[in-house]
Design a protein. Structure first.
Length: 480
């Protein structure tokens, strides 16, 4: 009898915080754009938690939170309210966070994600609004507190535990980041803490419905670290189960050390923290009408994952499709140019090729300054056989760096492709007359010489003859 080896599968759920891109903070008029500010430059009694100060709700932040919910396929709740979540922490000046407990702004969403070419759907449990805490920096003999971030608007989304692999998770997070950026909801920079992710993971025997004991890894700040931490955790938990030490997996918070690639225990959750939630007495509830919800819905156009699937359908590879939605502005150029050239494949080759290369080589260049109409013209010149791909690539740098109309460049440099049948026929005839001996050899079976004839004609035309026409004309003449 062979012993059956138990197979385990990971079960993963995420809690993601996104800093909403509103002009001011969640409950006061301080600027929310504090990235380059001096410490404590953007503060007031409200965001510093002074007793007696009164908050007011930031309309734009609420709008952005609902927009995010709609983009994630959630229902927007007609009635929603804020609650106080009490806990003590030095960078939480009020002694409580203003969050949402039982009536979040949005709930029950689903997000389609393309994982390695395959469309999958993951469910969102809820999305609520809250304010951020300040930031403490600990040095050798002091702890410094900066309240610039205190009161910044956050949307927190909680997923169902629907993910079954680290790849599921990283593909999902990338899609969330793209959604936040494409619809101007959040800058979603993980390095700047504008998008932060808590990762919950457990394992269970394949076929078992009940979840195992989960561990939580908080505030992960890069896709790569999340994948690595998950891989480590899944291996660790599986090994414990296989060794009959299932009980050693305890509900706890674990940190990830990027240098060793290992997770380590930070603190065990002996019992659930009592946040003593109660309705925020200083803020009115939030309500919204069906018409208002529809107005926001109109702004959520094609989602990044839908774009990816459309690109795959057009015969574009997975890695390329992924790259084409990697940057909002680059994608806008792609869509704009494609609409005018009618050729997604060719346009995407330009975007991922020459355009991306130029942007990588010239980091100070801003795509916002690029006149995409010039790329339209360039591609149309190729489509109409006015220039070859080779010439187009030669002049591209001038087109993008000087925002110059390619038509002008080819005129100035005399680079227009010769597509006049008469002229090409004359060139071909000339070459064949000059190489009469080779023509003889070709006709007696040396097919390979054909390339040499093409080369000669191209050379004679200084590279300007339309190669396809040269081929056709030469074939015709050689058959005579
Ligand atoms: P907690 O009360 O510990 O915060 P929640 O029920 O609020 O737990 O869930 C937090 C996140 O953890 C959610 O994304 C959820 O899907 C996920 N989660 C819950 N239980 C498990 C489990 N056993 N394994 C993996 N993820 C889980
Ligand atoms: Zn303030
Ligand atoms: Mg929770």
């Amino acid at each position: 009898m062979t012993e059956e080896i138990q197979q385990y599968e990971p079960v993963i759920g995420l809690e993601i915080h996104a800093r909403l891109k509103s002009k001011t903070k969640m409950f006061c008029a301080c600027s929310n754009d504090t990235w380059k500010a001096e410490p404590n430059e953007h503060t007031c009694p409200v965001c510093m938690g002074f007793p007696g100060s009164l908050p007011t709700i930031n309309k734009q932040a609420v709008y952005l939170g609902r927009k995010m919910g709609i983009a994630l396929g959630c229902e927007v709740k007609k009635f929603s309210k804020f609650d106080r979540k009490s806990y003590f922490y030095p960078d939480l000046p009020a002694g409580f966070q203003t969050s949402q407990f039982d009536e979040p702004v949005c709930e029950h969403g689903k997000v389609q994600v393309v994982v390695e070419g395959e469309a999958k759907t993951f469910r969102i449990n809820r999305l609520h609004l809250e304010n951020d805490a300040g930031k403490s920096t600990h040095s050798e003999n002091a702890s410094l507190l900066d309240w610039n971030r205190s009161g910044s608007p956050l949307a927190e989304m909680v997923t169902e535990a629907d993910f079954r692999s680290p790849k599921d998770v990283s593909s999902f997070l990338k899609e969330i980041q793209r959604i936040l950026r494409f619809f101007d909801i959040s800058d979603a920079d993980m390095e700047k803490g504008m998008m932060r992710c808590d990762v919950n993971v457990s394992i269970r025997p394949v076929g078992q419905e009940k979840f195992g004991t989960k561990v939580e890894m908080k505030n992960m700040n890069s896709f790569r670290n999340i994948e690595k931490a998950l891989e480590f955790e899944i291996t660790r938990q599986t090994a414990l189960c296989n060794a009959g030490k299932k009980d050693e997996i305890v509900q706890e918070t674990r940190g990830f050390n990027a240098d060793t690639g290992k997770t380590f225990s930070q603190r065990t959750k002996e019992e659930a923290m009592d946040y003593r939630y109660f309705p925020e007495p200083d803020l009115p509830p939030l309500t919204i009408t069906d018409e208002e919800i529809e107005e926001i819905r109109k702004e959520i156009t094609e989602l990044p994952s839908q774009k990816i699937l459309r690109y795959l359908d057009a015969g574009i590879g997975i890695a390329e499709a992924d790259a084409l939605v990697g940057d909002k502005h680059l994608n806008e150029v792609l869509e704009y140019v494609t609409e005018k050239t009618g050729d997604l494949k060719r346009t995407s080759n330009w975007i991922l090729g020459a355009v991306s290369k130029y942007l990588n080589d010239n980091i100070e260049y801003s795509l916002a300054d690029f006149n995409a109409d010039n790329l339209v013209i360039l591609i149309q010149l190729i489509q109409n056989n006015k220039i070859s791909n080779k010439v187009a690539n030669q002049i591209f740098e001038e087109v993008i760096s000087e925002n110059k109309n390619p038509e002008l460049i080819i005129e100035e440099k005399g680079l227009a492709q010769e597509s006049d049948t008469g002229a090409i026929e004359a060139l071909c005839a000339e070459v064949l007359a000059e190489k009469a001996d080779l023509v003889e050899a070709y006709k007696s079976g040396k097919d390979k010489l054909f390339g040499a004839f093409v080369g000669q004609v191209m050379k004679k035309s200084k590279g300007k003859a339309n190669p396809q026409m040269v081929n056709e004309v030469l074939k015709k003449l050689l058959q005579q």
